[in-house]
Design a protein around this ligand. Structure first.
Ligand SMILES: NC(=O)c1ccc[n+]([C@@H]2O[C@H](COP(=O)([O-])OP(=O)(O)OC[C@H]3O[C@@H](n4cnc5c(N)ncnc54)[C@H](O)[C@@H]3O)[C@@H](O)[C@H]2O)c1
Length: 261
């Protein structure tokens, strides 16, 4: 039998209708958790939940735009009405627009910053009062290697670096209430968000540059579940890069890697 780290626990996963979020939902329910799968794309959230229910596991789909305080507050009410508690929040919903600095429009900036930076703030603000009342909670913010090194685009880098800042600030502020806050910074992981990039010639070069190559959703899910579970209760304020070594190494090419020559 698999571990049951989330038996009787309730976890909100934003952006749970696709890619990484869908994989986290699957991981949580496989270990006994009840999942609130929130996504701006209601049909995608329902698809995730339907596939989880086929395994006899508990989860609900909620239509929710994380940039809307109204939607997020309704989503939290629905979670509490259905399950009576919230143990963990995974701030995962995100968008990427690859644009040069000069090519970034005001609209690109607003959409990216609203979804990837304001979204986690709006969701945490709505969930934290309940966690304070219970004296316990876990928040996992999904950042990116782009919050650590320059590799994607202006607004995306700004939002993900901002998420790492929020993580440190909230860790300090919420520790007295038993709430732990950490970030996971995925590297290049095959999901719908980078489908176009993966079909381009750059995909192979990216894979060769990362010491352990492209990641799989399961690699990221393992870290998100760890930081959502009780076993990581003494860890807070950290950003854990799950990136195959991308942010800790400099690739100087195959000739340089021949260290014994
Ligand atoms: N895949 C990667 O390589 C990678 C790397 C680093 C970070 N990330 C981060 O991981 C997270 C998930 O990415 P993914 O690869 O699974 O992408 P994805 O496109 O497969 O999934 C993103 C989900 O977020 C939802 N969403 C978008 N805007 C929303 C909003 N305003 N409100 C609610 N839901 C919204 C989408 O409908 C979708 O279901 C994102 O925050 C992304 O920045 C991904």
């Amino acid at each position: 039998m698999s571990a049951q780290r989330f038996r009787d626990k309730v976890i909100i996963v934003t952006g749970g209708g696709s890619g990484l979020g869908e994989d986290y939902c699957r991981g949580f329910v496989a270990e006994g958790g009840k999942v609130v799968c929130a996504d701006i794309d209601e049909s995608a959230a329902k698809r995730t939940v339907t596939s989880l229910q086929e395994t006899g596991r508990k989860s609900i789909a909620v239509a929710c735009d994380v940039t809307s305080t109204y939607d997020v507050e309704r989503m939290v009410e629905e979670a509490l009405h259905t399950y009576g508690r919230i143990d963990a929040l995974v701030n995962n919903a995100g968008v990427i627009r690859r644009r040069s600095l000069v090519g970034t429009t005001d609209e690109d900036w607003d959409r990216e910053i609203n979804t990837d930076l304001k979204g986690p703030f709006v969701c945490a603000r709505a969930v934290v009062p309940h966690m304070i009342d219970r004296g316990y909670g876990k928040i996992v913010n999904i950042s990116s290697v782009a919050g650590i090194i320059g590799c994607i685009s202006t607004a995306y880098s700004a939002s993900k670096a901002g998420v790492n800042g929020l993580t440190r600030q909230w860790a300090l502020e919420l520790a007295p209430y038993g709430i732990r806050v950490n970030s996971v910074a995925p590297g290049y992981t095959a999901t719908p968000i980078n489908e176009k990039l993966r079909k381009s010639p750059a995909a192979k070069r990216i894979g060769e540059t990362i010491p352990l190559g492209w990641g799989k959703p399961a690699d990221i899910t393992a870290a998100v579940l760890f930081l959502s579970a009780g076993e990581s209760d003494y860890i807070t304020g950290q950003t854990l890069a799950v990136d195959g070594g991308l942010t800790t190494t400099a690739d100087m090419g195959p000739e340089y890697r021949n260290f014994d020559r």
